[in-house]
Design a protein around this ligand. Structure first.
Ligand code: KG4
Ligand code: ZN
Length: 340
């Protein structure tokens, strides 16, 4: 089965082609157009510009795939219908509808978050590979620019959401902290880089730490912004201070995430843990989690599959079809800022 995966939920335009059979997969093509240069000067994603970039980039990426692959051979189009930025999703939807009509193919609507958790099952390499099997129950943390969700999965078909962010997502808070420090967008990788140079730790608050499994990062961001203002009153923000502040913010966010993971581990005794989404690309976060749970099998996506891309969407599409989930005609396709 050959699946074309299309990703346009936020600021990455991704189209990938995979071939799958009997729990095996090979990545045939993986095209990605990152928009960070467009959004960098605004310090965050501008939805309408993201949409414009998707409309511009999708045909270019498809052409690259079409150069050495006949699109008629595709079985299904997998498309991430949300959650995401509505203008970006609509731009993707228009492209997918036209393509599905032209090729006369059905569409597999994919939940963007599921694409993140499935991403840990494969490697980003060419050639055939087995899709990994996970031991359940598994505890799943999705940490991205739009989400911070904690789930307990009995199996892939049965899950319970334990908590989610009540305001900013973890990645969003890192992006905002980076903006406060003038580090550019996306902020997560910049904060990670600067943190390595730190020599000092500034204490910051951990909102709603002891209140269940929800998260809250907006109060932390405000406290951080106040701290930076205070420091600026008596000194210029030199590189060392920016490094110290980056480290302090990152450490605080990660300690909050880990606190809730540990709490869920002791309450629900999962057999495995999955941490996925853009922020899971962070090597310090990975080390911190492994250090506090040394005896656990913890799955992270490969760094290049942690952030948004078409391979994750295509893989999720395959797993849905394999489990007999409905595919739809182009006229039925809709997109969602929040999935119903
Ligand atoms: O999953 P993703 O590509 O898009 C969403 O679904 O939101 O995640 C993007 C987020 C951004 O907030 C970005 O700053 C963060 O992931 N991110 C990182 C790293 N790489 C990307 N955060 C921390 N460390 C990184 N290395
Ligand atoms: Zn994502």
């Amino acid at each position: 089965m050959i699946i074309l995966g299309i990703e346009t939920t936020c600021d990455e335009t991704g189209i990938s082609l995979i071939e799958c059979e009997n729990n095996r997969l090979r990545i045939l093509k993986n095209e990605l157009a990152s928009q960070y240069k467009v959004h960098n000067k605004f310090g965050g994603v501008v939805p309408i510009l993201a949409a414009r970039e998707h409309t511009k980039n999708l045909p270019i990426l498809l052409k690259k795939i079409n150069q050495d692959f006949n699109l008629e051979k595709i079985d299904y189009l997998a498309f991430s219908v949300g959650p995401g930025l509505l203008p970006a999703l609509i731009a993707g939807k228009e492209f997918v509808i036209k393509l599905a009509e032209k090729l006369n193919k059905k569409i597999i609507p994919v939940d963007h978050l599921s694409a993140h958790w499935y991403s840990v099952l494969i490697k980003n390499k060419s050639g055939w590979q087995k899709i990994k099997q996970i031991d359940f129950p598994t505890l799943i943390l999705i940490v991205s620019g739009g989400h911070t969700n904690l789930y307990l999965f009995e199996n892939w078909g049965k899950r319970k959401k334990l908590g989610q962010t009540l305001d900013d997502a973890a990645g969003e808070s890192l992006d905002k902290a980076a903006r406060i420090l003038n580090l550019g967008y996306p902020g997560g990788p910049q904060i990670e880089k600067m943190s390595k140079l730190a020599k000092k730790y500034y204490m910051l608050p951990k909102p709603i730490l002891n209140k269940g499994y929800n998260f809250s990062f907006s109060g932390l961001k405000t406290a951080f912004s106040e701290l930076v203002k205070e420091i600026k009153k008596y000194q210029k923000l030199n590189q060392q201070t920016v490094a110290d502040l980056s480290f302090s913010f990152q450490k605080t966010v990660f300690e909050i995430l880990i606190y809730k993971i540990k709490k869920a581990v002791s309450e629900f005794s999962p057999k495995t843990i999955i941490v996925a989404g853009g922020v899971s690309a962070n090597q310090t976060l990975r080390k911190m989690i492994k250090n506090v749970l040394p005896n656990f099998k913890i799955y992270f996506p490969e760094k290049t599959l942690a952030t948004d891309n078409g391979v994750n969407i295509a893989l999720a599409g395959y797993l849905l079809v394999k489990n007999k989930r409905k595919v739809i005609g182009a006229s039925k396709l809709d997109v969602y800022q929040r999935l119903p």
